[in-house]
Design a protein around this ligand. Structure first.
Ligand code: SF4
Ligand code: FES
Length: 249
């Protein structure tokens, strides 16, 4: 069992000032996940009649993108290719002090404590992250064969879970990696071709309309991305965006 000190960001709502509060985590099993450790702290707070720490979570297996915490200044904590819910306490040492904060980005305002509003991501998807389908019977599956290398590349991009770690870790708070992944996974597939140029145009425009910063090639996004999305997709998005501007001229 481990004993730890936690410094946790507490903020009652979007507009109230927040601050780091200190909590003692006693008798933590190294086999607990980071979120389970927070559950233990919360049980103690509830028993003491205090307000539990608000944090986002859903699947707790690295696929939904809900969880996301700055742990000692690193998005999703110290291990690469891992969402917060997949991080286990055995990666910390007895007696450690751990600072837990919400995503820090202007485009992701804090809702409460460790929960942020990632609606800006939803609006980027709404701007073009889809393929339009007409109603009618389902098309024959083999009418549009997808070459294997194309499918693999599209899947690499489609792995993005929309967690927002890329934005949180970027010194500029830029959303290029997320947007590029969402543009690419459709732009690579034959099904994505009819709306390819309009899609990139609209998604980039929405990204720029939100409060994200600009990409300056720091590469911090790729380093913290739990799915290892490559910044090569940003280059691909930029190429497609430029081509979209010159089409029809
Ligand atoms: S690109 Fe990676 S870090 Fe960014 S939202 Fe997608 S999965 Fe999360
Ligand atoms: S809770 Fe779903 S990815 Fe962590």
């Amino acid at each position: 069992m481990m004993n730890l000190t936690l410094r946790v960001w507490r903020q009652p709502n979007r507009t109230a000032p927040g601050r780091l509060e200190v909590y003692q985590a006693r008798g933590i099993s190294p086999d607990m996940s980071f979120l389970e450790m927070l559950d233990v702290i919360n049980e103690g707070l509830i028993e003491a009649g205090e307000v539990p720490i608000a944090f986002d979570h859903d699947c707790r297996e690295g696929i939904c993108g809900s969880c996301g915490l700055m742990i000692n200044g690193q998005a999703h904590g110290p291990l690469a290719r891992m969402a917060t819910c997949q991080l286990h306490m055995r990666h910390f040492q007895e007696g450690d002090t751990i600072t837990v904060e919400p995503w820090r980005a202007r485009a992701f305002p804090v809702i409460k404590d460790l929960v942020v509003d990632r609606g800006a991501f939803d609006r980027i998807i709404q701007a073009g992250g889809f393929i339009s389908v007409n109603t009618g019977s389902a098309p024959e599956a083999n009418t549009l064969p997808v070459p294997k290398p194309m499918a693999e590349q599209a899947m690499d991009a489609a792995q993005c879970i929309g967690c927002g770690a890329c934005v949180a870790q970027c010194p500029n708070g830029a959303a290029q990696l997320f947007t590029a992944a969402k543009v690419a996974h459709l732009a690579i597939l034959p099904q994505g071709q009819p709306e390819r140029w309009e899609r990139v145009d609209r998604m980039v425009a929405q990204m720029e309309a939100e409060a994200f910063g600009s990409c300056a090639n720091y590469g911090e996004c790729e380093a913290v991305c739990p799915k290892g999305i490559s910044i090569d997709f940003i280059a691909r998005m930029n190429r497609d965006f430029l081509r979209a501007q010159f089409r029809g001229r």
